[in-house]
Design a protein around this ligand. Sequence first.
Ligand code: FUB
Length: 330
Amino acid sequence: MANKKVVKRYLFPEDYMADPSVHVFNGRIFIYPSHDWECDNVENDNGDQYVMKDYHVLSIDGNPMTGKVTDHGCVLRQEDIPWHGRQLWDCDVAEKDGKYYMYFPMKDRNDVFHWGVAVSDRPEGPFVPQPDPVRGSYSIDMCVRHDENGEYYVYFGGLWGGQLQRYKDNIHLETPYLPEGSEPSLPARVVRLGEDMLQYAEDPKPVFILDKDGQQLRADDPHRFFEASWVFKRNGVYYFTYSTGDSHLLCYATGDNPLGPFTYRGVILTPVVGWTTHHSIIEWEGKWYLFHHDSVPSGGKSWLRSLKVCELEFDGNGDIITIEGTDIQQ
Ligand code: FUB
């Protein structure tokens, strides 16, 4: 089937933002993006060009394709986080008992990524950071899911600049190891949060993506996991969605358990303009929406990205209809 060409809306032309994590809180859509900054750093595989220094929160009045977008301003700054080094990358937010918990990755002063948690009484912030990083935390790109079973799970991990190859069984390796060729690809990780939402309840576990024969996707498979986990549930099925990084796709795999394993199912979005592709998916008034970014407005600068949204459709089997990454803008 040909990829679907759909109308896409640039959500916030006023500024460069990326990596949208989107949730409906109190009946309103809130967007938690990364805030891209111009930089002089050389573009490299370590991601040194992504020099974000703060977070803003956006929200939408009603329909994602037409509603007015409000910028709630700067809600957390790097210099207010006691352990800060650099690079505030993709964050996510969860609500529990009327408090909002923002999980964000940042490098410490030794250039090692950990996660911080910042807390607010309101979904639009501002968020107050905890003094220390989450104990044992590593890598990037957190997605928090409040499951029907009452638990909160954080999916995370990213290769290359995201440092996932520096860890095995949650232990920091002396020598990073990135599988190649027919070796099993590196899995994302998932961890259950403790009651206080500020620490792990147990050790993180791998999120396995299997092919139709039940084998882990290979390291040389262009559909293997790279970064940008996002999980949602539809008609009783868990969809684990993610970016493939250097093959520039958004893909998905499905399963019947929030911890996986998941079976590879297909491509959500073909490559956009810009190196990274990163997203979230929500249901709003009976329709599904894909929030993502591209680098068209910055003329292709991969570190200056712009937020977009479009409708996402499923066929009768629950397969996602693949969307063309570059086409009509609204
Ligand atoms: O925005 C910085 C990094 O680029 C994110 O953490 C990755 O997912 C990629 O979008």
